[in-house]
Design a protein around this ligand. Structure first.
Ligand SMILES: C[S@@+](CC[C@H](N)C(=O)[O-])C[C@H]1O[C@@H](n2cnc3c(N)ncnc32)[C@H](O)[C@@H]1O
Length: 241
C-alpha cells in the first residue's frame, strides 16, 4: 500500500530547500531549524560504535555525516530523490564517508531486512505521508528490538474539531520563509494524536517529546482555513520494545 508522497520534494524544489537551509549541514550555524537540530544532537547517543544507523529521507546526508562521525559501523542514507542523492554522493566523497551506503528507495518499501538497523533518524522527512501509520510500521519493521527512532517533523494541528475531521490526512500549503526567500511546501495534516497512535501501532514506545516554535513556517496566505491551523515543530524519541 505505497502512497504518493505529496509533491514538492522533487527536483529543483528540493534543491532550493537546501539552499535556503544553508546547504543543509547539521554542524553549521544559521539557517532554519537550528534549535531543533541542536536538540536532536543533545539526545542522540554520544557514540554510535558497533551500531548501524539509517538516515530515512536523508536528503544531502547532513545527518548521515553526523552519525558517521559518531562512529557508526554503517550508515544507510536512503532517499527517493535522485537530485538529493546526487548531493549526498558528493558529500560522501568530499567528506570521506567510507561507511556510508546510499540507497534510492521509497521509505514505505525499504529494501532492508527486518530488524537490521539499530537507530533510525527521520529528520523532516515524514510530514508528506497521508498513510502515517503505514510509514511508522515500515520504520519499526527494520528496527532491532531495543532500537531507537529519532523523528523531527513539522506538526500541523487544528483548533476546530469538525474542521480537523474534514482535513485529517489532507495536504495543506505552507511557506518556508527565510532571508527574504519564500519556498512553497506541502504538509499533511496529522494531529498529534495521529502520531501517537501510529507509534503505538508500530510497537514503538515514546521516550521523549519536545515542541518548538514553527520558526520560518506559515500557512500560505489565502488558504481558506488558515486561521484555524497551528504549526509547530516537534522532536520525538522512541524505542522499539
Ligand atoms: C525536507 S528534506 C529533509 C532531508 C534530511 N532528512 C535533512 O534533515 O536534511 C525531506 C527529504 O525526504 C525525502 N523523501 C520524501 N518522501 C520520501 C519517500 N517517500 N521516500 C524516500 N525519501 C523521501 C525527500 O526526497 C527529501 O530529501
Amino acid at each position: 500500500m505505497t502512497q504518493q508522497t505529496v509533491g514538492l520534494y522533487q527536483g529543483e524544489k528540493v534543491v532550493r530547500y537546501y539552499t535556503t537551509v544553508k546547504g543543509g549541514t547539521a554542524g553549521e550555524t544559521g539557517g532554519v531549524d537550528e534549535e531543533v537540530l541542536a536538540y536532536l544532537k543533545s539526545i542522540l547517543p554520544k557514540s554510535m560504535r558497533r551500531r548501524i544507523a539509517l538516515d530515512a529521507g536523508c536528503g544531502d546526508c547532513r545527518w548521515s555525516e553526523y552519525l558517521h562521525r559518531l562512529g557508526a559501523r554503517r550508515v544507510i542514507g536512503l532517499d527517493n530523490s535522485p537530485d538529493m542523492l546526487a548531493l549526498a554522493a558528493k558529500r560522501k566523497v568530499e567528506r570521506d564517508l567510507g561507511r556510508l551506503r546510499l540507497i534510492r528507495a521509497d521509505m514505505q518499501e525499504m529494501p532492508l531486512l527486518s530488524e537490521s538497523v539499530d537507530l533510525v533518524l527521520a529528520s523532516f522527512s515524514l510530514m508528506y505521508f497521508p498513510a502515517l501509520e503505514h510509514m511508522i510500521r515500515a520504520i519499526a519493521r527494520v528496527l532491532t528490538s531495543g532500537g531507537e527512532l529519532y523523528l523531527a517533523t513539522n506538526l500541523v494541528t487544528i483548533d476546530d474539531s469538525l474542521l480537523l475531521k474534514e482535513l485529517k490526512g489532507k495536504v495543506i500549503p505552507i511557506d518556508l520563509g527565510t532571508g527574504g526567500q519564500t519556498i512553497p511546501l506541502e504538509n499533511v495534516v496529522q494531529p498529534l494524536e495521529q502520531y501517537k497512535s501510529a507509534f503505538c501501532a508500530g510497537g514503538l514506545v515514546l521516550d521523549h517529546e519536545k515542541y518548538f516554535d514553527p520558526e520560518g513556517l506559515s500557512v500560505t496566505p489565502g488558504y481558506q482555513h488558515k486561521e484555524h491551523i497551528v504549526l509547530s515543530k516537534a522532536v520525538f524519541k522512541l524505542s522499539r520494545g
